[in-house]
Structure formats: C-alpha cells, structure tokens
Design a protein around this ligand. Structure first.
Ligand code: PLP
Length: 373
C-alpha cells in the first residue's frame, strides 16, 4: 500500500527508528580502510569477545572467559545455535506467553517441543513461577526468559527471576535469558542479568544479547551468547559448518559500540520515553481500549477484549487478526495482532515510530473504535 503512495501508518516496527551512532559507523569505515575484510575466527574476533566479556563484567557483574562467548549473525541466529546445540528431538522448552514470535519456531526447527505457560496479564504480564513449575516434565530441557520483554515491555523483578532461576537450577534445566532489550528501560527500573544472580544459576544460564536494539544496529547483524563452555563449544561447531564468522566489518564496529563512551542510549531512551507516555495515556483515553505501562523495550500491548464481537461497517471483529485487517482496510494503520504472540484479545503497537506518526495513527485508531457498534 505504501508503494502505491497510500498514507499508511505502521506500528509494527521491531527496531529503533534512529540511525546507528556516527562513532560506530566511523569504526566500520576505518576497518574497511584497513582492509579488515577477511575471515575472522568462527566465534568472533578475540578483540570483540574481550570487549563483550568486559561489558558483561561492567554492566552485569558476571565473569566470562572468551571461550565461554560466541558472536553470531544477530541474536536470532544466536538463539538458533542455542536450540540446535542443546535440544534432542522431543525435548521440551518452556516459553512464556505472550512470547516473541520466533521462539516457538526456533525450538521446532531443532525438533524440540514448545510448552507455553501464561504470564499474569492482570499484573503487567509478570512471571508466575508456580505455573512454570507445573509445566516441568521429565522432557523439559530449558526455559526461555525475555526481560525487558517483547511484546509486553515487562521487566521482571529480581526476586521473581531469582525464584524462577532457582527452580530451573534445582531441576537441572537450562535458562535461556534473552536480554536484547537490556538497555531500553525507563524510570527507576533496573535490568537483572539472570546469570549474575549466583554461581549455580550462571552454570545453568545461556545469556543472549546483541547490538541490534541498544545501538540501533539491526541491519549489522551482531548478537552474542555467554554460557557454559560445552554449550558454547557446540554452538561454535554448528556455526562453523553453517555460517562461519559473522560479518568482519560489523564486528569491528561492535567493538567501538561496546567500548566507547557515548550518550546515544540515554538520548534514545529519553525520546522513546516521551512517546511511551504519550501512547499509554492516549490509548487509555480511548473508550474500550486499555493498556498497562511498559517498563522497557518499545512496545505497548493494547487490550481489545472489550471490542471483540462488535461490528465495523457490518463486519464482526471476532479476533485480534480481524481487528488488524479491518483497521488496515478502513484507516490504513498497521499493528501486530496478539495471536502472533500467543495472546488473543490484544494487539501490539510499537513506539519506535516518529511522534507525528504516533499521533496520526492513534487518532485513526480512536476513530475506528468509535465507529464500532
Ligand atoms: N529477541 C527478541 C525478544 C527480539 O525482539 C529480537 C528482535 O526483534 C531478537 C531477539 C533478535 O534480534 P537480532 O536483530 O539481533 O537478531
């Protein structure tokens, strides 16, 4: 529709609408000028792995040596390697609902079985440890945790994460902690690195992170994992025979991103925070829509349960997917239906979108909801 010149407002963005900071681009240019265009070690350059180890120590208070770290082509590729490394056919992986939509597919690609466990949608989508405990079977291999969370923006409290991690450790499970939104966090919220909770927990945890969100580097494709040496070694073997090293220039740029001082993240967060507050207030001012305030990432889960089964121009809105389709047809606004995240009755709006488009798009949503009968 955009290609046809139509004025579509998109709330689907899963990436910051900011440019990669100049100091990172400059480091990439310098790497090109120096001709650093050859293969690197499969698991990443020693320089980058050292910088990642220093970051984990500085920001997350957890020590890793470089043979416990692997750099891959984005955090999604990192997760793919994790599941390929740890799962045997039929192994179960606990995934909290709503979930980032690639988790179940990544598990299935490794012949694993996703087991879904609800979070508490009335309490900001927080983890319910007793529900996780009930879902554990002799086939459970791992639990995947994502805080700050996509799609809910939830930041799980340290105490809840500790209880979950102690349970997993006691049962001998892996915890896969996807911390890709670590730096996008608001107010006095604090990020908890699960591996930093205790030595025992660290031994069971594979921390996944990357450069995509914090440094507006989605296209550069750099993600990494830190975890038990044997798991990381298996991931390296898999990567060695599939993609080899991640892009050499992006690795040199990532060294700059993680090691140089910059106010980029705090400036980006200040802007995102303004949009977050605007979006939450506006959504909650629209009759029949509501949302809780996200503490991190850049998404709002909007509750549309009160409009399910209402009609728009005679058409029944019977699901989040119908809502999304009708909204697009009638008002040229895109958003992601909750069923993509395993959460019917909700839709996800991203606020990594320019403020003027947020205002325009929300006013169209308000008109649409006002027209429902
Ligand atoms: N994990 C979560 C929760 C995400 O939302 C995303 C991207 O949207 C990723 C991982 C993948 O990030 P990358 O671009 O580094 O592959």
């Amino acid at each position: 529709m955009k290609a046809e010149g139509l004025d579509v407002v998109g709330f689907g963005a899963g990436e910051p609408d900011f440019d990669t900071p100049c100091y990172i681009v400059k480091a990439a240019n310098e790497a090109l000028k120096k001709g650093l265009t050859k293969y690197t070690p499969v698991s990443g350059t020693i320089e980058l792995k050292n910088v990642i180890a220093a970051k984990l120590n500085r920001d997350n208070f957890v020590d890793y040596s470089i043979d416990e770290i692997i750099v891959s082509n984005g955090a999604k590729h990192t997760l793919h390697n994790v599941f390929q490394a740890i799962l045997n056919p039929g192994d179960e992986v606990i995934i909290l609902k709503p979930y980032w939509l690639s988790y179940p597919e990544l598990v299935k690609m490794a012949y694993g079985v996703p087991i879904f466990v609800d979070t508490d949608k009335e309490k900001g989508f927080n983890i319910v440890v007793s529900a996780i405990e009930k879902a554990i079977t002799p086939k459970t291999k791992a639990i995947i945790i994502n805080s700050p969370n996509n799609p809910t923006g939830a930041v799980y409290p340290e105490q809840t994460l500790r209880e979950m991690a102690e349970l997993a450790t006691e049962k001998g499970l892996y915890i896969i902690s996807d911390e890709i939104y670590e730096k996008i966090i608001y107010g006095d919220q604090e990020h908890t690195c699960v591996a930093g909770l205790s030595q025992d927990i660290k031994n069971h945890t594979i921390t996944v992170n990357g450069l995509s969100k914090a440094y507006a580097m989605t296209g550069w494709r750099i993600g990494y994992a830190a975890g038990p040496r044997d798991v990381i070694k298996t991931m390296c073997n898999i990567q060695s025979h599939s993609t080899s090293n991640p892009n050499s220039i992006a690795q040199y740029a990532s060294v700059a991103a993680l090691s140089m001082n910059s106010d980029f993240i705090s400036k980006m967060n200040t802007e995102l925070n303004k949009r977050r507050l605007y979006m939450v207030n506006t959504v909650n001012s629209i009759d029949n829509l509501s949302c809780s305030i996200p503490c991190g990432a850049f998404y709002v889960m909007v509750n549309i349960r009160d409009i399910i089964n209402k009609k728009h121009n005679g058409k029944i809105i019977d699901s989040s997917l119908t809502f999304a389709k009708e909204l697009l047809n009638a008002k040229m606004v895109t958003l992601v239906p909750g069923e993509a995240f395993g959460m019917e009755g909700f839709v996800r709006l991203s606020y990594a979108v320019a403020q003027e488009n947020i205002e325009k798009g929300l006013s169209r949503i308000e008109d649409f909801v006002g027209e429902l009968k």
